[in-house]
Design a binder for this molecule. Sequence first.
Ligand code: GTR
Length: 426
Amino acid sequence: MNIRKITPILFTFVFLGISILYSQNKSVNYDELKAGPYSLPSIQTSQSGVIINNVQDWEEFRKPEILYSFTNHVYGRVPGVLDSMLVKITEQNGTYLNGTAKRKQVMLTFVKNGKELSVDLLIYLPISMEKAPVFLGYNFQGNHTIADDRNIFITKSWVPINSEIGVESNFAVEKSRGSMKTRWDIEKIIEAGYGLVTLYRGDIDPDKDDLSDGIHQLFYTKEQEKPKPDEWGTIAAWSWGLSRVMDFLETDQDIDHEKVIVFGHSRLGKASLWAAATDSRFAGCISNNSGAMGAALSRRDFGETVEVINKAFPYWFCDNFKKYSNKEYMLPVDQHMLISLIAPRPVYLASATEDLWADPKGEFLSAKEASVVYNLYGIPGLSSLKMPEPDSPIIGVVSYHLRTGIHDVTDYDWEQYIKFAKYNNF
Ligand code: GTR
């Protein structure tokens, strides 16, 4: 055979082979037998080796140590405070769901160093409640995608291209209105007596490998172009944004600000956990399919690893975190400790059977391990120490479920979150 003719064919095969190997992520483990052994840093042993066995010592010594480690080695430190935050009510008395819900839209403008950034909040509240408890969480594609509601303003921020929902350039479009509605069971939420507050993640910080935009740049000094090694990546910026929304919710007479449950899915579930860990005003936290650097244990080698997440999303974390790629054992913390920072407040971790990338068992084990800190407060942790069967939720102060299906948020998930909220008197 003519060598000139077969060379391109050979190249194509080699290229295809490499791409298939790469796309299957050969380095990522999905075999339970190969997931260990590993040993977790002890939640209850302080850096100086003292065993922490009461709430006072936990709050005074151990909790600040753990918080410091996550701040400086993982998510990054927030570099300062705003000069001011302006609030503009952009819609006051909208209605939705045949008048059973009230819709409000609010623009928050952050001011720092002579620069400004605005974000839009979309708020649905049950008309039946004078002061509603609320779920607060980011959406992925813009407020207008969460419901078939033509009154929702469309974000002007950068959005990722997504032809499935009609986004062909980095501008949000009318066509994607309602396209993500299956992830937000607004009807059930309202019917159960809860409100929903949501905002677009990209309003705070666009989800791309570029920290020259979003909230980061407001805090830069004159010559600065990127955060310092211990300063915030995108996840910490998103969490910070949730706290700014909380600043506003505290002033809103329609909202019971002592009952704000911070919620997030996937990367936004990582942000909801970090928000709850850093801001005790969040009364509860739900993290749906949050996986690596969310609820899943890092030292358990199953699904996405620190190296993989650092390569794909280096900007999510602080620069200091890069040194832990392939060196999970060196991390001063593991993710069960992130959950423990939320104690004694109610927390819900949820997984999905087909979402092996996020390591369902590693997510469950975090909830189980963090339970010891709830116990310090005299509160029961996870009520079953055995990984439950699919679709058999464990509801309590510490809650967990494994839903049948893929990486997603479904009506089933929301049914459980509402039960969790009721159980915890929200
Ligand atoms: C994946 C990422 C996960 C998870 C997910 C998501 O690509 O590897 O950690 O956050 O994205 O946010 O949907």
